[in-house]
Design a protein around this ligand. Sequence first.
Ligand code: TYD
Length: 219
Amino acid sequence: MSMGQGYFISFEGLDGAGKTTQMELLAGWLQRQGMEYIRTCEPGGTPLGVEIRRLLFQQPELTITPLAEAFLFQADRAQHFQTRILPALAEGKVVLSDRCFDSSIAYQGAAQGLGTDLITQLSRIATQGHAPDLTIFLDLDPALVHKRTSALDSGRQEQSRFDRASEQFHTRLRQAFLALAQAEPQRIKVIDATQSVERIHQHIVELIRPRLNQSQGAI
Ligand code: TYD
């Protein structure tokens, strides 16, 4: 369910699939169209979220159970929806979010084994029943993910809990995202992330242009 006149786009993908680059390119495109947008992320899209992100990723000595971890992601999300996403949509803005609840369903629900039904229910509470209008899933073979993330890791401060997870973990993740896309083909679009950066960007613009036309009549 979308809100107001705004338009909500989330980006999903295995770590290293190229979400950041594509979000940057899309933000530039939106700007050139004269559209108002915000760029945000989960976890970490609010001041509370930054603290939650720190707890999750920068305190390796801290033991966090899988269920507690799932609630931390949902707490981040509850704050994010209430204080950032829903107000921006109500103001008619485009919201670009680096991840949303599909990540929780895939990572905590499927790959970590808490169950996709449970995580879907928790997500509904955290989002107050809202969902992105469009979700771009940048699809990458887990064997390639391993190559890309180990190349990125060398220059990076923050270590994702899952970056070093097994190829099997990433395979479960990918299957979970693909199952979500199959269940909601209107909302979740799968894009082959092995294509060139420019080709992927074009594909995303082709998906978004008619939808923004419909929702805003602006371009
Ligand atoms: P992100 O900031 O997108 O980093 P990356 O560049 O590694 O993709 O996400 C951080 C990590 O948090 C990523 O490994 C996915 C994970 N995550 C979950 O496990 N559950 C969630 O609900 C979200 C939003 C992210």
